[in-house]
Design a binder for this molecule. Structure first.
Ligand code: 5GP
Length: 178
């Protein structure tokens, strides 16, 4: 699952995960970005130094990774494989560049892009979150415009206008593939 920063991916994810019938397990990514207030190491992300991140890249322990607005993000391969071996459906919430690599490596991937109703709305939502400076918000909005160009790489594009509708649509997509 991908979508620009501020589109509401985190909330969509939480609601999807509440539905136990989907058998969804979240893959906690590794990142070099700073921890936001309220985040917990090992829950939202594994927060690591750039050195540690690059060490994981060198050891080929990342299924994919990408640099996003100055920080590195990646999916720990061993954890994803362990969950899949247990028959779990693994949910990745990653950026478009990383996702393009997963599409090549994982044949049974279900790819979903969550799009905002408009770019203006996205800026408003990021401001409302109140965790980032105007400069970071401007960077993320311009990044979002670039990401939207990739949406056609995904099998499904779901617009997050009304949260419940967006979640229900994704739930149906997953169910139809189970
Ligand atoms: P944030 O800093 O807002 O938590 O995340 C920024 C972006 O990085 C989001 O688009 C998010 O989906 C993406 N991201 C998070 N984890 C990963 C990952 O493991 N790999 C890649 N490629 N992108 C990720």
């Amino acid at each position: 699952m991908s979508g620009p920063s501020g589109v509401g991916k985190g909330t969509v994810r939480e609601l999807l995960m509440e539905d136990k019938s989907l058998n969804l397990f979240y893959s906690v990514s590794m990142t070099t970005r700073h921890m936001r207030p309220g985040e917990v190491n090992g829950r939202e992300y594994y927060f690591v130094s750039r050195e540690e991140f690059m060490d994981n890249v060198a050891r080929d322990n990342l299924l994919e990774w990408a640099e996003y607005v100055g920080n590195c993000y990646g999916t720990p391969r061993d954890k994803v494989e362990a969950m899949r071996n247990e028959g779990k459906n693994v949910l990745l919430e990653i950026d478009v560049k990383g996702a393009a690599n997963v599409f090549k490596k994982v044949p049974d991937v279900i790819s979903i892009f969550i799009a905002p109703p408009s770019v203006e709305e996205l800026g408003n939502r990021l401001r409302g979150r109140g965790t980032e400076s105007e400069e970071v918000i401007a960077n993320r909005v311009s990044q979002a415009m670039k990401e939207l160009e990739y949406k056609n790489l995904y099998k499904y594009v779901v617009i997050n206008d009304k949260l419940e509708d967006c979640v229900e649509e994704i739930r149906q997509i997953i169910r139809s593939k189970m």
